[in-house]
Design a protein around this ligand. Structure first.
Ligand SMILES: [Zn+2]
Length: 223
């Protein structure tokens, strides 16, 4: 794992670097890739203390190995309040997605088993020195993790820094067919632009340290 900021480590959860990311914030694992990611995640975490697993949102490429990792490490599972039911019962993930062939394929291939939620996360909660912010749209309960002291933002899928189909780098809104409410997601993105983060860490794509590029991209989104 690579340390990207003080106490913030990056994990790859599939073979292609930065394509499906997870992060270790101090001793809290944020996101857990697809259901194929278990071995890789546990290997990368070796030698680190991990006390908790939390999600940005309960989608298949973030909750895929949540059950396996929580079982293997014997750690609690923290999920944003309005995604907690879907994290426990992944049938709800499918029900809440737009009906689209790519979405159906992605759900079928990547979704992991449900796992009991030990704590529901709310706006303002603190996790490993980061503050939880509600950013719904890409999922009902999507949250980000924000550390104001050095401007580090774990953004989940509010934006991606890679095209999720072609994997070509660049800032994008998440695919509309994987996003139940794109308008609400855009409002969430505007809330994050106002933070002017110094380092943005995405669910998909490489880290971004260019605050202006991030803010300009969001400012240029259609109203
Ligand atoms: Zn994702």
């Amino acid at each position: 794992m690579k340390e990207l900021a003080d106490g913030v480590w990056h994990l790859n959860t599939i073979v292609l670097p930065n394509a499906v990311n997870a992060y270790l914030l101090e001793d809290v694992l944020i996101d857990a890739g697809t259901r194929q990611s278990r071995g890789g995640i546990l290997r990368q975490l070796r030698g680190h203390d991990v006390s908790t697993h939390a999600l940005t949102h309960a989608h298949p490429d973030h909750q895929g190995s949540s059950h396996a990792v929580c079982e293997a490490l014997g750690i609690p599972f923290w999920v944003p309040e309005r995604d907690a039911d879907a994290a426990e019962n992944p049938d709800l993930i499918r029900e809440r997605q737009p009906s689209h062939p790519v979405a159906r394929f992605y759900i079928k291939i990547f979704t992991g088993p449900g796992h009991p939620v030990d704590r529901k996360l709310h706006e303002g909660d603190e996790v490993a020195g980061f503050k939880v912010l509600d950013t719904p749209g890409h999922s009902a309960g999507h949250v980000v993790f924000w550390r104001e002291s050095d401007g580090v933002l774990i953004i989940g899928d509010v934006l991606t820094n890679m095209d999720q189909l072609t994997t070509i780098p660049g800032l994008h809104e998440p695919k509309s067919y994987l996003t139940p409410d794109p308008d609400e997601n855009r409002r969430s993105a505007r809330k994050l632009a106002s933070l002017e983060p110094n380092l943005v860490l995405f669910g998909h794509g490489a880290p971004l340290r260019d605050t202006k590029k991030f803010v300009d991209f969001i400012d240029a989104l259609p109203a």
